[in-house]
Design a protein around this ligand. Structure first.
Ligand SMILES: *Cc1c(COP(=O)(O)O)cnc(C)c1O
Length: 361
């Protein structure tokens, strides 16, 4: 068996320790004689897995009691619709468009009401985060929406926007659990777990209790109501049970590592290795405004599409895989989530140095 360094943006690298533990429990989960995959989601054993996962996440993030944690299916994409259906009471919402994911959420919201694009960084290929200290927030806006870490472009909101008292809704898919957050600053934050937590197929939504109501837009399907899932403790229908189990294991791993302050320090150290090299390289360049750089997704280019392709190919052969940039931007992108060890980032930088020398620049 040989493991590669996997820089995929998602589904992405998971902690090796967690994978090994899951492997030992594959045929017989703790004396039940069956895999978690084969288990009733209504069983006591699974109920324990679910409740423990929620509690561990609450401990890690310091989630206050007046917030609910929902384990939902349909990916981040379903939230693009579920959010307006549940929260757009006045049918008005303000969107800050900092990349493709925010844009998709904005377009989806426009189906249900008046979605206002109050800021955007599309003029410079989403390579920065706009100044959000004094935006024209709509007086009747039901919420202000952001995508906090832009997976494709490698930017991150290091300061949350001034919403002028409006609810903040945030897609945290690619920065989930990468650093501590103050949950009370949000009405709702949610993320697909396949970026920084677990396997694909699930979203975790953390939502303030008073926002979970029967009062949804007319025609909202039952399944799309937060209340249905909250009342059923995420067991309204069969959940993605194995994914919940895997996420639970990752939460325990994060706790063991020391929690989110420690993860933040580790992530800063890892990102600095790569960004410091990019800042002095004669061949490779980062594509993002420095103060808006993400700790999780690091896009870079050589300036030549041929050389980019050659680099990606050579890196793959060296066991550094999934470095090709998103199809919409090209170049390269290294996603260095929680589970990417420092050695992986160092190996990448060493390889980039060697490539640079071989190309006599
Ligand atoms: C990957 C990603 C999405 C899309 O997630 P799906 O689970 O495929 O729907 C949305 N937002 C962000 C920030 C992402 O990184």
């Amino acid at each position: 068996m040989s493991r590669v360094y996997n820089f995929s943006a998602g589904p992405a690298v998971l902690p090796e320790e967690v994978l090994k533990e899951a492997a030992t429990e594959m045929l017989d989960y703790q004396g039940t004689g069956m895999s978690v995959m084969e288990m009733s989601h209504r069983s006591k054993v699974f109920e324990g897995i679910l409740n423990e996962a929620e509690q561990d996440l609450r401990d890690l993030m310091g989630i206050p009691d007046n917030y609910r944690v929902l384990f939902l299916q349909g990916g981040a994409h379903l939230q693009f619709a579920m959010i307006p259906m549940n929260l757009m009471k006045n049918r008005v919402a303000d969107y800050i468009v900092t990349g493709q994911w925010a844009k998709k959420a904005f377009n989806e919201a426009a189906i249900y009401g008046k979605a206002n694009k109050i800021a955007s960084s599309e003029d410079e290929t989403f390579s920065y985060i706009p100044d959000c200290s004094d935006l024209p927030i709509s007086p009747d806006a039901d919420y202000v929406y952001i995508c906090e870490n832009n997976t494709i472009y490698g930017t991150k909101f290091h300061t949350l926007p001034n919403t002028k008292g409006k609810l903040l809704v945030s897609d945290v898919s690619s920065c989930f659990l990468s650093e501590p957050v103050d949950v009370t600053k949000y009405g709702l934050l949610y993320g697909g777990v396949q970026k920084n937590i677990g396997p694909a197929g699930m979203v975790i939504a953390i939502i303030r209790e008073d926002l979970i109501t029967e009062d949804t837009l007319p025609g909202t399907p039952t399944y799309m109501k937060y209340k249905i899932h909250a009342d059923a403790n995420s067991l309204y229908n069969t959940p993605n049970a194995y994914c919940i189990y895997m996420c639970g294991k990752v939460f325990k791993w994060l706790k063991k590592m020391g929690g989110l302050e420690v993860m933040k320090a580790r992530n800063e150290e890892k990102a600095a290795v790569l960004y410091d090299f990019l800042d002095e390289s004669r061949l490779f360049k980062g594509t993002v405004r420095k103060e808006d750089r993400s700790l999780m997704n690091v896009p870079f280019v050589t300036g030549s599409t041929e050389l980019d392709a050659e680099f990606v190919k050579a890196a793959t052969e060296a066991g550094l895989v999934n470095l090709k940039g998103h199809r919409s931007v090209g170049g390269m992108r290294a996603s260095i989530y929680n589970a990417m060890p420092l050695e992986g980032v160092k190996a990448l930088v060493e390889f980039m140095k060697k490539f640079e020398e071989e190309h006599h620049v």
